[in-house]
Design a protein around this ligand. Sequence first.
Ligand SMILES: Cc1cc2nc3c(=O)[nH]c(=O)nc-3n(C[C@H](O)[C@H](O)[C@H](O)COP(=O)(O)O)c2cc1C
Length: 215
Amino acid sequence: MTVQVQDTQDFMKVAKGRRSVRSYEPTEISKEDVQEILETATLAPSSSNMQPWRFLVAHDKESKSKLESAVLDFNKQRVAEASVGIVLLGDLKGYEKAEKIYDQAVKAGYMTEENKTQFVKSSLNLYRSIPQDKLKEIVLVDGGLVSMQLMLAARAKGYDTLPMGGYDPVKLKELFGISDQYMPIMVIALGKAAQEGRPTTRLPIEEVTFWNTMD
Ligand SMILES: Cc1cc2nc3c(=O)[nH]c(=O)nc-3n(C[C@H](O)[C@H](O)[C@H](O)COP(=O)(O)O)c2cc1C
């Protein structure tokens, strides 16, 4: 059954109001709020619904200071101030959860056991044969989708975020003991804004849109 959206106004407000926030109030965020934001984020689509995103949430002081030392200088104060820092990882073996994922679909009545068995078998065959570079591309795309949804979910709950590519991935992996199975995609600061994000501009839509052909 398709859920009909009655009112898109709230969504537009959230999407148009989101900005990268670089200064945060020294407030705590509850685990429940973080969990709700992550749960909403994981409604994002992913390749074969394999959901290869993993979230390493730096919530306590120690892990936050580890994260602070893994980000580049210009991001340190932002991570220090934010209530949590979320390291978004791509699980390069995420497809190994196919059986579990599609069992859930059977239990929910969305799929027959027979279809599941067939689908899981062919998906595992496919994903296990995909070269590492291509797998990285897949988790990057899925990681981008979940990140965006995370930032919008946070905004809808009254929080703000900053996506960060400015970190040292080698140091990050070392400090948190992240194995090569996981690929760091992004670090996202989350908290209550102390200062609004500065407005930014966008290219006119005509410049980034090609209608029907690339001419
Ligand atoms: C993948 C990615 C990496 C980014 N890395 C950083 C960063 O390391 N530090 C920072 O202050 N902003 C970072 N940003 C934020 C961008 O500068 C910001 O999204 C852009 O200027 C548009 O502003 P807005 O997010 O307020 O709309 C990053 C954004 C993205 C999507």
